[in-house]
Structures are given as C-alpha cells and as structure tokens.
Design a protein around this ligand. Structure first.
Ligand code: FUB
Length: 320
C-alpha cells in the first residue's frame, strides 16, 4: 500500500469508528444518564427509564428522570423528562434510580426522591432523607403524575426501587434501604399502597452491602441481581420471587465507581443495561468522568446460570 492509500485507509477507519462504537448508547441528546431500568412493552419496543445527572453534578443532586425508546437498540429517541422533582410535593432533590411497571392498562413509574443535605464531614448533621413514590400515566413515556401525593412510606429511608410484575400479575417491590436490604413488599392492586410489612428474604447466608436490586424471571426461575458494594454486579437464583435465594456469583466486575443495571429480554436475546463512568473529553473540571448508559448482550448457560459479561465499546452493535 502506498502512503496516500494508507492515509485514505486510516481516514475512512477514523470516520467509521464512531458509527460502530455503540457504547455509550447514543440517545441523540447530550445529557448524562445513569441507572437504566429497561422494559419491553406491548409495542415491542425497548424503553429505558433513567436517572439524569446534572452537568458536573456533585453528590448526586438530581432533578428529573428521562425515558428513551428504541425499536432496534441502536437508534434511540429521548422522550424528555417523564417526571421532575418540581412536580412532587414531598421532595425537591435526589431523583435517583427509577423503575417502571405495566399493570391493568396503566404505566407506573416508581421513583426515589428526597430532600435535605448529606453532611459528609459531620454525618450527624445530615438532614438528607429519601423515600419511594409512585406516579402513573396512560403512556410508557409519561408524563407521569404522582399517584399518591406522598411517599409509599417514610421509614425506612429507602431508594433504588425495583418493581417486578410476576406472570400472575402480583407486583413485588424490592428496595435498597436502611435495614430493608434483601427485603420485599407486595403492592396492592391500586398500585398506591403496600400489603403488610417488608419480608426479609433468605439469601442463603450471603448478604454483602447492596444497592440497586433488579429482579427478572426466565424459564420459571427468578433472578435477584444487584451491584454488590455498589460496584460489582452479582446475582442469586430462586424458585419464588421472595426466595429463598442462592448466591450464584458475578455478572460484571467493578470498574471505577458505582454501577446500576437492568437485564431484559428483547426479541429472544437477553440484554444488560448498565452505566459507566466515562471521560468523554467534554467532562467537567471537578469530575473528569461522567455517567453514561451502556449495554451488552447476556448469555445463559444450560443450567440457567449467567455467563460473565465484559464491558465493550461495540456494545449491541456486535450481533449475538
Ligand atoms: O444515581 C444515584 C444513585 O447512584 C443510584 O440510586 C444508585 O444506584 C447509584 O447508581
């Protein structure tokens, strides 16, 4: 190859790489996104309910949530903010990891939010509080309206809700909360109240510090997955949504900051959505890396266990 041809070759390569580099997902808007909870609804499209990091945010002060949808997992539409803390009477901050469920013709957006300040120097002076709310809409993209006008409960302090609707239409809520980790509570059919108290689940003797639970069902087996110590994605399996659970190991190793994820089936293929702290070159002075949502395919072994997933740049453009 002569020199001119070689330059031309590298130029074409340079111009085409961004088209194939799928991670982070291209939502068509420049916003920073985290905490993806993905669902495929009745129109067959994938919907991601995500947290929205403010530009150069510190201490996770976050004000609204966004919904993105896609028919092919490559081209995404940003439907904008589906709910904002300014529309919630009982919270003014901490629009953290949300989830969404479909039941009896309505979409229910489950969100953590709160108020107050976290004092990292003198923790005893912290006034920060967080609770879980439910908002409702006829559309998967919202806008959602606070269904209760209050949090589902005020104690325990909780965030990172995961709503799991079982095949019998029962709705289970898992949260990360003070004294409530590895617990589950059922929602009533009105989707605005809970049945009884939290049930602490049997995790088979393994209970590391948890965050962001995500529960799904595959071939009649239930999977409880989470970022262990808020970074390493690990999972448990059970025959019931309330356990007893058996620890099965790691899905994705930790990188450099918190991770948060969801696992969902799309056209027969399982997909992991997660966020990654990436230096996109336009990051802030105070924080070189910002959070961005990424995705990878997930593969199961014959016995239902999950094969470890590696972070890639290609993401979902690399066909399974
Ligand atoms: O995005 C704010 C918080 O960071 C989430 O609720 C946690 O899961 C972690 O990702």
């Amino acid at each position: 190859m002569n020199q001119t041809k070689m330059y031309a070759y590298f130029l074409v390569l340079l111009l085409t790489i961004p088209c194939f580099a799928q991670n982070p997902l291209n939502f068509g808007s420049k916003i920073r996104t985290a905490d993806p909870s993905a669902h495929v609804w009745k129109d067959g499209k994938m919907y991601i309910y995500a947290s929205h990091d403010q530009e150069c945010q510190e201490d996770f002060w976050m004000k609204d949530w966004h919904v993105f949808s896609s028919a092919d997992l490559i081209q995404w539409t940003d439907h904008g903010a589906c709910l904002s803390v300014k529309d919630i009477s009982w919270a003014d901050n901490y629009a953290w990891a949300p989830d969404c469920a479909y039941k009896n013709g309505k979409y229910y957006f489950c969100f953590p939010a709160g108020n107050g300040h976290k004092d990292r120097v003198n923790p005893e002076k912290s006034t920060k509080w967080m609770g879980i709310g439910i908002a409702v809409s006829d559309s998967p993209t919202g806008p959602f309206v606070d269904h209760i006008g209050a949090p589902l409960w005020t104690k325990p302090y909780s965030n990172d809700p995961c709503l799991f609707v079982d095949t019998d239409n029962k709705v289970y809520l898992y949260v990360h909360g003070q004294g409530a980790d590895y617990s589950v509570i059922e929602l009533n059919d009105d989707m605005k109240s809970v049945k009884g108290e939290f049930t602490k689940m049997d995790m088979g003797g393994y209970e590391p510090k948890m965050e962001g639970p995500w529960v799904f069902k595959r071939n009649d087996k239930y999977y409880f997955t989470m970022p262990e110590n808020n970074k390493t994605l690990t999972y448990y399996m059970a025959d019931s949504p309330k356990g007893p659970w058996k620890y099965k190991g790691e899905i994705m190793k930790e990188e450099n900051g918190n991770n948060h994820h969801s696992i969902v089936q799309f056209n027969g293929q399982w997909v992991l959505f997660y966020h990654r702290w990436i230096n996109t070159g336009d990051a802030c002075e105070n924080r070189k890396k910002q959070r961005h949502i990424c995705a990878e395919y997930v593969y199961f072994n014959e016995d239902g266990t999950i094969q470890p997933v590696v972070r890639t740049d290609e993401g979902l453009t690399k066909k399974p």
